[in-house]
Design a protein around this ligand. Structure first.
Ligand code: DLL
Length: 433
């Protein structure tokens, strides 16, 4: 039996899981109350004391945390251990003003990597595998997370990082990669290149672990068929550690949440009310074993459904559906988090009216981002050369704000359709959900 398949944990009874959660939650609330003045204030405002939280039943009494809190408390305001005990930071993709920075002690890194090792095992991984990691390395959690999980498992790890498709395919063939870890859109692109070059017979891939962005069942079938593998979903977010918060098993019908480390709730995004199991709503996480950055009731903004139906793999941890959308307007384009407000900020700073439209599509398995912007009447009388210089300026400004390329088209005043209700700023043609 593989070291990182721990049936005593992953297949524990519901009573056992609840007992762990009760005990760890009580300890965690005290840890946070004692060490994080920011959250202690939130608790005090709600009149909640640590002793009021005696089990998971009391979780609803605690205040929520949101990305806004993380930005307000940036950089150290939610740190629960002395900085000298931390060994790593990671950060979210995208840059809406202040970035979100998460801190890790060695213990936190170990548990994160263990969660990723579990995901690899659930995809059939063993120490005999060659794990090809082409998630980005660096501040993004994808590369470091799967890399760490593969090390823990004892597999041969190829820390490829993203990009350079020729080299990816060559190493895949030469070194016999058996498990591919990357975003689903990059997997689809790799699959296409491999087929075009007629290299299907030269690759030894058996499985892929794909996440960090939404992908449909159709996309799964396409990748599976082209590469001759089983494609598994993996979910996570920087604030809660990174990939591996939840992962798919052989059943491929939703992702098991590592409930010995995270308590999941589904809430109504409008009212904050906790919804019964099986209802669709916003996913909220409480991390009960993290030391440095232990968020309580963190609102992910991801909309999904939880289910405890018996799983054919034997694991008993609750399963989350693929995220079905977001309760905010965040887009994930080429794996990067993009908020329309960032685009608006750039436009307003450059003197454009706030009449614009964002078009997102997926062409040849790669995301495209187009921004149409209305000019002011004065700009409109500019020469064609002046307009194209303006477009280039905006492309550069957007690149430095978002970190990715957006194609810009300046259009005549009053050409973008006005809406009678909310402005339709985003047209997302990708069939993701
Ligand atoms: O995307 C962590 C990750 C890396 C997950 C590699 C899986 C694989 P962030 O950059 O903080 O972290 O973005 C987190 O990405 O709230 C979701 O909206 C979205 N997301 C992550 N995984 C999935 C998935 C990483 N499997 C945000 N399906 C989350 C759909 C996903 N959306």
């Amino acid at each position: 039996m593989e070291h990182y398949y721990q049936p005593e944990i992953e297949c524990a009874s519901q009573e056992q899981i609840r007992a762990w959660q009760d005990e760890r939650l009580v300890k965690q609330v005290k840890h946070v109350y004692d060490n994080v003045p920011y959250y202690r204030n939130l608790m005090e405002k709600r009149g909640v004391k640590p002793e009021d939280i005696r089990s998971v039943e009391d979780l609803h009494k605690l205040p929520f945390l949101t990305k806004d809190d993380l930005r307000e408390a940036y950089p150290y305001g939610l740190l629960a251990t002395p900085l000298k005990d931390c060994v790593r930071i990671q950060s979210t993709s995208g840059t809406t003003g202040r970035r979100v920075v998460a801190f890790y002690t060695q213990h936190d890194i170990d548990l994160w990597e263990e969660c990723c090792a579990r995901a690899l095992v659930a995809a059939g991984g063993t120490k005999d595998d060659v794990v090809h990691v082409c998630y980005g390395y660096g501040l993004f959690t994808g590369g470091p997370g799967l890399n760490g999980g593969s090390h823990k498992l004892g597999s041969l790890t190829l820390p490829m990082s993203s990009g350079n498709t020729d080299r990816q395919i060559q190493f895949m063939c030469d070194l016999g990669s058996t498990i591919l870890c990357c975003t689903p859109s990059y997997a689809a692109y790799l699959a296409e290149c491999i087929c075009e070059r007629g290299l299907q017979d030269q690759i030894k891939l058996k499985a892929g672990i794909f996440g960090a962005e939404a992908w449909s069942e159709e996309m799964r079938q396409d990748i599976q068929q082209k590469l001759g593998i089983k494609a598994y979903d993996i979910y996570g977010l920087t604030e809660i550690s990174g990939p591996g918060v939840a992962f798919e098993c052989s059943a491929q019908t939703g992702m098991h949440i590592n409930e010995d480390h995270f308590i999941a709730e589904i809430i109504d995004p409008e009212t904050g009310e906790v919804l019964p199991e099986g209802e669709k709503g916003e996913l909220v996480f409480t991390s009960i074993t993290k030391e440095a950055f232990p968020l309580l009731r963190y609102r992910t903004k991801d909309i999904c459904v939880l289910t405890r139906e018996k799983c054919s793999c034997g694991r008993t941890h609750v399963k989350m559906s693929k995220p079905m959308g977001r309760s905010d307007d965040m887009l994930i384009v080429k794996g990067v988090n993009v908020f329309p407000s960032q685009i608006e900020t750039v436009l307003l700073n450059k003197g454009y009216p706030a009449n614009y439209q964002i078009l997102v599509d997926r062409v040849n398995n790669s995301d495209t981002l187009d921004v149409e912007v209305e000019m002011t009447p004065e700009m409109f009388s500019d020469s064609v050369t002046a307009v194209s210089t303006r477009e280039k300026e905006l492309v550069d400004a957007l690149k430095s704000m978002l970190g990715i390329y957006a194609k810009v088209k300046l259009v005549a005043p009053k050409t973008i359709a006005r809406s009678e209700g909310k402005a339709v700023r985003i047209i997302d043609k990708r069939k993701l959900y």
